[in-house]
Design a protein around this ligand. Structure first.
Ligand SMILES: [Zn+2]
Length: 82
């Protein structure tokens, strides 16, 4: 399944990780796609074509946003108006 990965995406792979999990979060984009096992926290890098072969489906994706996902936003803090 060819999807355009985005940071924060959770994807399901065809093969399970040895820990029994098959869901991964995208933590790095580039020539290689960085995936983090959401169960055991193991990180792997794979070439984009390998990623497209391995991924079965997109489980969840963060809402479309123009905000830099690296930026930390604390919703409990309201902006000061003065
Ligand atoms: Zn794992």
């Amino acid at each position: 399944m060819a999807i355009e990965p985005r940071l924060g995406d959770v994807v399901q792979t065809r093969k399970q990780h040895p820990c029994g999990n098959d869901q991964w979060q995208v933590y790095r984009l580039g020539a290689d796609i960085g995936l983090r096992c959401i169960k055991c926290d193991r990180r792997v890098l794979m070439p984009r074509r390998e990623f497209n072969k391995s991924v079965k489906k997109l489980i969840s994706r963060l809402p479309e946003t123009t905000v830099d996902v690296e930026a930390e936003v604390d919703p409990s803090v309201s902006p000061k108006t003065n």
